[in-house]
Write a protein that binds this ligand. Sequence first.
Ligand code: ADP
Ligand code: MG
Length: 230
Amino acid sequence: ERAREILESGARRGSNRLGVEAMELLDAYGIPTPQGDVVSSPVEAEAIAEEIGDDVVMKIVSPDILHKSDIGGVEVGVPVEDVRDTYEDLVVRARNYQEDATILGVQVQEMVDLDNGVETILGMNRDPQFGPLLLFGLGGIFVEVLEDNTVSVAPVSETEAKGMLDDIDSAPLLRGARGRDPVDEATLVETIQRLSQLVTDFPAIVELDINPLVATPDGVQAVDLRLTLD
Ligand code: ADP
Ligand code: MG
């Protein structure tokens, strides 16, 4: 099946760290991801942007770069006419950061509406004693500052997944505080269960982070992915 192939192709590259190039893994489990692709040339990047038909987000894809935005490896709101130059810029920044970094390419991704969404984090850490621990909480830039999250052992039932939403202090933010529209809670709960299934099916995944998982009134979008294989 497709998910297995993605993990094996990562392993074949000799790297136990996978990033956004493995986002199809989420698609395979029905976890929504923004439209886009990883490409290896400026011309291909432009073609993807034209297909998307709007400003795009571009990200460097390298197993040696864990926090892409820290090194200037993420550009949001790139107009189609700037896509080729931005491709080159991202590669230069990656080389400046680490001359011999393995660069798999650049991801060109549809923009997600963060203004109407909440950046959450959905992750997993495999504990030798307890097994796969799912983590759900507030994501994006708030993740370290606020540390508002909750942990549950996978696999989780629907009730347990719902309970994870209730558990975090920022739950009111998801439910429409300050005149915002509430996020699509049913899809969020389903997404937690789908990740639970994924990490249960693949014991080789020892760590996984979707940060951010953007929750909006219309559903969720997994915007970033990082995982480690044993
Ligand atoms: P990293 O965590 O490695 O720095 P991300 O892919 O998480 O890289 O991107 C960093 C930040 O850029 C995200 O937290 C989000 O705020 C913003 N961002 C990334 N992708 C998108 C997107 N498709 N639409 C809107 N904002 C995005
Ligand atoms: Mg991220």
